[in-house]
Structures are given as C-alpha cells and as structure tokens.
Design a binder for this molecule. Structure first.
Ligand code: WT7
Length: 651
C-alpha cells in the first residue's frame, strides 16, 4: 500500500460540540474536575514507574512483595519482578470480607433464566471448579482452551484457571472447528472446555459437535470437559470427554489461590489483526490485573451501588478486562448476558436495563447503529432512568450515532466514555474520566494516567496540532501485551520495529488544540485522493450524519488520475436505494467535508460485512470496490453479509 504511506493525514472533520458532566453526575464522583485529572496525569507522567509501583502495592494482594517495578529490555517488559500474587485471589478472596454478600454477577440467559452470585458464592464456585481442574490433570502452565456460550461457568472457568496458574485461551463461540483447531495447535492446548450447545436467537448452536470436529485436528488436547447448558444430545468420546457436573461431584470448595510470579502467563487471546494468521496475544498476571482494575475504576467512576453491564462476549478482550477481571477485582456488581440484542425483540437490551436497574452501560458503536436503524420505539417502551453513565468500545463512534446514544439512551444526563484500546493494550488507554473531562462526540479525549501517547509521521517526527499521523506509546505500561505466543519475531516486527522505543498501535490519530485525541482508523485504511490523505471514519461520519444513513463504510480504490477514489458502502434506514439517493449523498458529503471527499462510487447494501466482533471489514470491501470479487452486476442493492460470513469463517 505504498500510496498510503508518508505525509500527514488531512483533518476534515468539524466537530465542536462539547459536553461537560452534569452537576448531578458530579455528585459523589471521585475524580471530578479537569484539574484533578491533570494533576493525576502529570504526577504519573513525571515518573510512570513509581506511579505504577505504588499503585500495585495499594491495589493488589501480594503473597510476596516485588523488588523491581519494571525491567524493560525493549521490546520485552517485566512488571513487578520478584512478586507473587494471584489474579483470582484479587478478584475473589480479597472481596470476601467487605463484599462477601454483595452480588458479583447477575446473569441472564437468552431464554430469560436469571442466576445471581454473591462474591462468596462466586468464590466457592471458582474454588470447586479449580479443584475439579486439578482432578482432571490441569497443572500450572497448562493451556486450557475455552469454547463456551456466555454462561456464568465461562467466567468461573477463567478464574479457576487463574487460581491454579493454568493459562486460558478463550475462543469466541462463533468460530469454526478449523479456527478452534488452529488456535489449539498454536497454543498446544491440553484441555478443552465446551458446552453441549448454546442458545442463539431461539436456536441451539451445536457447540460440542463443532468441538468434536476441532479436536480431531487438535492432537495436544487430552481432555474435554462438557457443560450441560441446553440438554441437547451429544456424543461423548470415551477416555476424552467428561461431563462438567460429574467432574464437580466429589470436589470441595477449599482451594487456596496459588501464589504465582507476577509475570506468569494469565491468558492467550487470539486476534486476527488486519491480515494473516491469528496471533496469540499474551498477557501476564500482575500487570494486567492492576491495569484492568485501575482503568475500570477510573473510566467508569465505579461506586458501591452501581449495576454495571458490559455487553461484550468473554471471547473478546473487552469481556476479559471489563466483564471479568476489572470489575471483579474492583468488587463491582456486573450483569452478564447470553443473548442477542434483537431476540426475542429489538428491545432486549432496554428490557435488561430496566429490569436490572443498570446504572452503567458499555457497548459497541456497531450495536448503537443497529439500534438507530431498528427505530426509537423499542427504546421508548422502557424506563432507562437508572442509567448514569454510558460507554463505547471497538471502533470509532460517528458523531451522529454518539448524539443519538446521548439523547435517546442517556436522556442527555449520562456522560459517554468513548474508550480507545486494543487486545494488545490489555485495558483502556484513552478515554474521558467522566467526571473530569468534558466530551466531544467522536473523540476518545485524553490518555489515562500513566499512558504516554504520541503521534508520529513516517520519519518518526511528532506531527503538529490537528495533523493526522501514526499513534504510538512512548513508555511501557503494566497492561501491555508481553508478546505473541510462540512468535517473538512477529511481535518485534509488528509493534516495535517502525519506531524504536515506541509501541506502534497500528491506528492513525490526530490531537486537537485542546489535547483531545481523534482516532482516524487503521493505518492501512487511509484513502489517498490526489495526495490528500483522508481517514475512513471522517467520510463515514459525514455519511452517517444524513438522516437516512444507518451505517457506512468508506474505502479507497485505485484511480488512474487521483491515485485513489473514494468508494462507499451504505446501509439506509428505510429510504429507497436509488440513483437520486446516491446523488443526494454525494452532495451531502461534499457539503459536510468538501469536494475532496465526495464519494466516487456509492453502493447500497442491507448489511456491511463485519468481523465476528462487529468491526467493518474494509479489506474485503476494498476488493469489492476494485472489482476483485464477483459481486454480480451493479444493481443498487447488494447484500454483502453472506460474502462476509464466508470470508470470516476461517480467518
Ligand atoms: C482496534 C483494536 C478495544 C477492545 C475491543 C477491540 C479500534 C477500538 C476504539 C475507539 C476508535 C477504536 C482501533 C483499535 N478501536 N476502540 N474507541 N475509537 N477506534 O479490540 O479487536 O484488538 O481492536 O479497534 O482500530 O486499534 P481489538
């Protein structure tokens, strides 16, 4: 992609709305002014190592104190060296005294079944499961592959691994047998956890069948533990498969947490990245734990009576850090949900918010755009007055979608935390602290304390105010990945070779005159029109600001004259896909951001191709825009979702 490198990126987005937190929100807020944020940030930036070292001693339980806060041999970091801790201890045992009878997890299944667990109960469930794992031969350092629906046992399993020092690899229960086998082999997984099936929009997903096929090709897996979730008939292989409940029959709940080295691996999480074979991102115990906990507390301004719901799946990093490890080590009450947002109807999320009196909701822009398309009537059926704070993660949020979230869901009283981070970063890196940093729709605002970002051009020079460039981190942080499982070379090349001394995030960004960061999309996604470098999100946001556009994806395609032309894929709310509509949208973008960004091609589609975690697959759309894919003739309406599914199956 040579025409996309070099030079800074033009900033064409005009967004000047500013939303300070309301007085009502500020009441009881811990970090409640810009000055308070700035003071904490400056203190951390002056000596990040001391800052994190002090926090680690305050926030985590140590069986043995550490002697060195950071050993940094670029690109290898070791945090809290010499210390011994246990992540499951920090999440559970540490909460028993003050929070033993407090609800830790409120779980709702897709069919509407509800189960709740106090910290005491969770401690007991996890301890029993940890003993059961030992009985099944799991030892410290073994890799446990988890392919399960969003049931409480999935969280128990992660924590039980952490308790005995086993390393979990959670695989989202939408991946194919082939993908599971690839991941199992890459990690040399020894044990597989699964369920007979999982509920998905009223149907049963035959998880065990998929696992059976995967295990044919996973020679390292010796044992498969199967949870009975749906009561489906499954075949159990002699000598390999055991029922979860049978394994648990004779174990007790006394299982002291193992004191583990700070840097002992906690989990591997496979992420596909933009190209190539999935990489196993490695996170280790103490640094990750501290980072997930503190960022959770800062960003969500968590209070004792909050009912917090993160709608992600535990198969993604968001579920690891902000359903399980962050909230539980902070002693919070979390909602965990098995189902889909539109089953049995499009108001399912709002039904949950009302029923459980949820105070904090953390979800993805892709979901928000779907809600907008489904119509406000589903929202208006429910009382959402319990909400006090909203969050987004996973992609940039288009300012118009932000405004809808703010008005319709937040009733204009809830701050929105737009959180920028990655599987690799372990936790949130940039986000408003909701009581301190006024928000701007579409900006993730400021770095969290202890985080030192910079934006560089091709030569490694910092770009100026409001100029787009490559986002890097100039100092290690405790939550950072410790490597790619079994692939040091790729780790070095991908993140540390472009700018020695800095972590390359792979995203473009700009920083405005107030020090607010605006993520501009992946480096590879820049569109270069006649030497002007446009960011995908800016073109998409201009389109989404049209009342009839539900969702849009912009990509560059080759153009003999301009280098690249702007091709966009648009999902309409309910207008008819017509040539007039195309013309109207072209003019709309021209008016919003200028002639330069006016789309050359517009295609309407019922759905955009997305990865399983909901990100638009621009790579695939680029192929389509360049005619590399047989997509039939150029009728106005094409549905690429099927295509996407075919492609996504075995990434
Ligand atoms: C990539 C990381 C973060 C956990 C879930 C996704 C994009 C993520 C934002 C945001 C703009 C965002 C970036 C990033 N991204 N959050 N708030 N604004 N872009 O984790 O799958 O590792 O993806 O998601 O491009 O690099 P992931």
């Amino acid at each position: 992609m040579s025409d996309n490198t070099g030079g800074s990126i033009d900033n064409v987005m005009q967004e000047s709305r500013l939303f300070p937190p309301s007085d009502a929100f500020l009441e009881g807020c811990k970090i409640n002014s810009m000055e308070a944020y700035q003071q904490l940030y400056d203190q951390a930036a002056a000596d990040p190592v001391k800052f994190w070292g002090d926090l680690a001693r305050e926030e985590l339980h140590w069986f043995e104190d550490f002697d060195t806060t950071l050993e940094w041999n670029e690109p290898y970091a070791e945090w809290f060296v010499g210390g011994k801790t246990n992540v499951s201890y920090n999440c559970l045992d540490r909460n028993l005294e003050a929070n033993g009878d407090k609800t830790a997890i409120i779980w709702e299944g897709e069919p509407g079944d509800i189960r709740t667990f106090t910290y005491k109960e969770l401690h007991s469930e996890v301890s029993r499961l940890a003993n059961a794992f030992k009985k099944a031969g799991v030892e410290a350092g073994d890799v446990v592959s988890i392919y399960m629906p969003m049931v409480p046992e999935l969280a128990f399993a992660m924590l039980a691994c952490a308790r005995i020092g086993a390393v979990h690899s959670v695989i989202f229960a939408g991946f194919s047998a082939e993908s599971i086998a690839d991941r199992n082999n890459d990690a040399s997984a020894k044990v597989q956890l699964t369920a007979d099936g999982g509920f998905r929009r009223g149907k049963i997903l035959a998880l065990k069948e998929i696992v059976d096929e995967a295990l044919e090709k996973s020679p390292t897996v010796e044992t498969c533990i199967v949870l009975n979730r749906t009561g489906s008939d499954v075949s159990m292989k002699d000598g390999r498969d055991i029922w979860w409940h049978e394994l648990l029959e004779s174990v007790d709940d006394n299982c002291p947490a193992e004191p583990l080295d700070s840097e002992s691996p906690l989990f591997i999480l496979y992420t596909s990245g933009s190209t190539g074979k999935p990489k196993g991102i490695k996170h280790t115990a103490a640094g990750y734990n501290l980072y997930a906990k503190k960022t959770f507390e800062w960003v969500f301004d968590i209070r004792d009576d909050d009912i917090y719901w993160c709608t992600a799946d535990c198969g993604w990093i968001t579920g690891h850090s902000y359903i399980v490890y962050g909230p539980l080590s902070a002693g919070a009450t979390c909602v965990m949900f098995e189902g889909a947002p539109n089953y049995p109807a499009e108001d399912r999320f709002w039904d949950l918010v009302e029923k459980h009196k949820i105070t904090i909701l953390y979800t993805a822009p892709t979901a928000i755009r779907a809600f907008i398309k489904w119509g406000d009537e589903h929202v208006e059926k429910h009382d959402l007055s319990s909400l006090r704070l909203l969050g987004t993660v996973g992609e940039g949020i288009n300012p118009e979608a932000w405004m809808w979230y703010h008005e319709k869901i937040g009733g204009e009283r809830c701050p929105i935390v737009d959180t920028w981070w990655q599987t690799e970063t372990g936790g949130i890196m940039m986000s408003p602290l909701p009581g301190a940093v006024p928000t701007k729709p579409g900006s993730c605002t400021k770095p969290l304390p202890g985080i030192l970002p910079a934006i560089l051009d091709e030569t490694g020079e910092a770009v100026g105010e409001n100029q787009g460039g490559m986002l890097v981190m100039t100092h290690p942080w405790p939550g950072m990945l410790r490597g790619i499982w079994g692939d040091d070379q790729r780790y070095k090349e991908q993140y540390w070779s472009k700018f020695p001394g800095s972590y390359l995030a792979g995203d473009n960004a700009r920083c405005d005159e107030d020090g607010y960061y605006w993520i501009m999309g992946r480096i590879d996604d820049v569109i270069n029109v006649s030497g002007h470098r446009l960011s995908t999100i800016e073109v998409e946001s201009a389109l989404v600001s049209h009342p009839q556009v539900a969702e849009a994806a912009a990509v560059g395609r080759k153009d003999d004259i301009k280098g690249q032309a702007v091709a966009v894929f648009v999902t309409l709310v309910d207008a008819e896909a017509s040539d007039d509509m195309k013309q109207e949208l072209k003019l709309h973008v021209r008016k919003e951001i200028g002639a330069l960004a006016q789309p050359d091609d517009i295609r309407f589609t019922n759905a955009l191709p997305k990865t399983r975690s909901g990100k638009i697959m621009r790579r695939l759309l680029r192929d389509i825009a360049e005619g590399k894919e047989a997509v039939g003739d150029t009728t106005t309406l094409e549905d690429y979702s099927v295509l996407a599914q075919l492609r996504a199956n075995d990434e």
